[in-house]
Write a protein that binds this ligand. Structure first.
Ligand SMILES: [Zn+2]
Length: 243
């Protein structure tokens, strides 16, 4: 006989009230909506200490598990992805503005009328803001490239909110090294680390039969995601320069 009782999406325990008596997840947990991402934040601020550390560790150990768990509804152990990015972004702002650890781009020459040193400086100064701005571009690119995997656009936003928060953490770890040795070449290494992390997450999340094809697809996805916002930003800067 089929069991018609409602089961908790997080732990599969039978739920009767508003919350699961076994793990505490809300009984109303379902497919992710914009409202869910935004509304969940206020709720989470009260219980912030709970999933933060676990989510951060897991995002560097098994990022595909965090993301797929969250998307299928096993959410009680993790911090809401939007909140994760806002939290890491706040720490980043604090670090950059109060401890002044921002890299200095001294050796850059203006090219074709654009001073890339200034563009980079602005970019890293406002990295968390720039990141929020680029997330829709990254998400639409991965949504199109991995369309056959069946994730919605919003679910790709969730993927990139988690990736974005972890990129901010990686930068915060790398900035002190940058300041210590003051190496301009480290700028490229930092971008490379962020790039590899992004590829690694997509690779793990969208595994199929061939390792090499999966890897190629993940690299292609991240590269094309980078191009879209860069092209748009260059166009805006060029346009502003003409005004
Ligand atoms: Zn449960």
């Amino acid at each position: 006989m089929k069991d018609h009782r409602q089961h908790c999406l997080n732990c599969n325990h039978i739920v009767e009230g508003k919350y699961c008596s076994n793990c505490g997840q809300s009984n109303k947990t379902g497919k992710i909506t914009w409202m869910h991402l935004i509304k969940d934040i206020q709720f989470n601020f009260l219980h912030l200490n709970k999933g933060v550390f676990y989510t951060v560790v897991m995002l560097f150990a098994k990022p595909n598990k965090v993301i797929s768990d969250y998307i299928i509804g096993k959410r009680v152990n993790y911090i809401n992805p939007l909140q994760y990015l806002l939290l890491t972004a706040s720490f980043y702002m604090l670090l950059v503005h109060y401890f002044n650890v921002l890299p200095v781009f001294s050796n850059t020459e203006p090219e074709a009328g654009i001073d890339f040193g200034k563009v980079y400086a602005w970019y890293y100064d406002h990295y968390s803001f720039s990141l929020l701005f680029t997330i829709p571009f990254f998400s639409i690119t991965s949504y199109l490239i991995y369309k056959n995997k069946g994730y919605s656009f919003l679910e790709h936003i969730v993927i990139y909110l988690y990736i974005g928060g972890s990129k901010v953490i990686l930068l915060m770890i790398m900035y002190p090294l940058f300041v210590k040795w003051n190496l301009d070449s480290l700028l490229n290494s930092m971008q490379l680390v962020l790039f590899i992390y992004n590829v690694w997450v997509l690779f793990l999340l969208f595994r199929s039969r061939s390792i090499w094809l999966d890897l190629l697809r993940a690299v292609a996805c991240v590269l094309s995601s980078f191009l879209t916002p860069i092209l748009i930003m260059i166009a805006i800067i060029a346009l502003l320069g003409h005004l």
